[in-house]
Design a protein around this ligand. Structure first.
Ligand SMILES: O=C(O)c1ccccc1NCC(=O)[C@H](O)[C@H](O)COP(=O)(O)O
Length: 207
């Protein structure tokens, strides 16, 4: 199971997450976000994190050209797309990058059917407000949660084990509960989140 730490806005926070054992860092390029980062900072932070850590560019309802230009400038290794987006847009993006397609609970069933056979597109289930820190009702989603999908929405050290136990996601992602302030990581929260996720997924390192 993969662990992604989202909303990275500095080299120091990238190094922190990498040293905590994160598999992936999220860099948010959606102008509405309080965690907005420039492509240049994302690029430097990605280099500082090292080659084994995936670098995910995060976008919300942005045009294909803008996404591709920003992703290239930031040297990300994957893109995560939120919002109301046609299937064709996602397919075109997947020709360039592995795609995390974010969906809300009410979109999950249709999206699972649509993307089941596309190897370049992975679903991520998130709360309706991205970066809002609100957990989903995991028990209610158990029947519909597709194998291979990722989970986000209000995850932190205190609840990630319960979420993994309920849905067995292929990856988990968080931001709000890992911060002092929007865009500023809380080192202890990052370390305990990654550690708790690893232990719950059975990939914890012996103490
Ligand atoms: O976090 C944001 O500010 C944001 C804004 C616009 C689009 C996406 C955004 N975040 C994407 C993420 O991957 C978050 O980690 C995910 O939504 C979970 O957030 P949280 O519930 O705060 O853990």
């Amino acid at each position: 199971m993969k662990v992604k730490v989202c909303g990275t806005t500095s080299v120091a926070d990238a190094v922190l997450a990498a040293q905590a054992g994160a598999d992936a860092l999220g860099f948010i390029f959606a102008p509405v976000s309080r965690r907005l980062v420039t492509a240049q900072v994302a690029r430097e932070a990605g280099i500082a994190a090292g080659p084994t850590v995936a670098r995910v560019g995060v976008f919300l309802n942005q045009g294909l050209d803008e996404v591709l230009r920003t992703a290239e400038a930031a040297r990300v290794s994957a893109v995560q797309v939120h919002g109301s987006l046609p299937g064709l847009y996602v397919r075109q993006l997947a020709a360039y990058y592995p795609v995390l397609r974010v969906v809300r609970p009410d979109e999950l069933t249709q999206a699972a059917a649509e993307w089941r056979d596309h190897p370049g597109v992975t679903l991520m289930l998130d709360a309706p407000e991205p970066g809002g820190g609100v957990p989903l009702d995991w028990a209610a989603l158990r029947a519909d949660f597709p194998a291979g999908a990722w989970l986000a929405g209000g995850l932190g050290a205190g609840n990630v084990a319960q979420a993994i136990g309920a849905l067995n996601p292929a990856g988990v992602d968080a931001v709000s509960r890992l911060e002092h302030l929007p865009g500023r990581k809380d080192p202890e929260a990052v370390r305990t989140f990654v550690g708790a996720a690893r232990v719950a997924a059975g990939t914890g390192y012996p103490q």
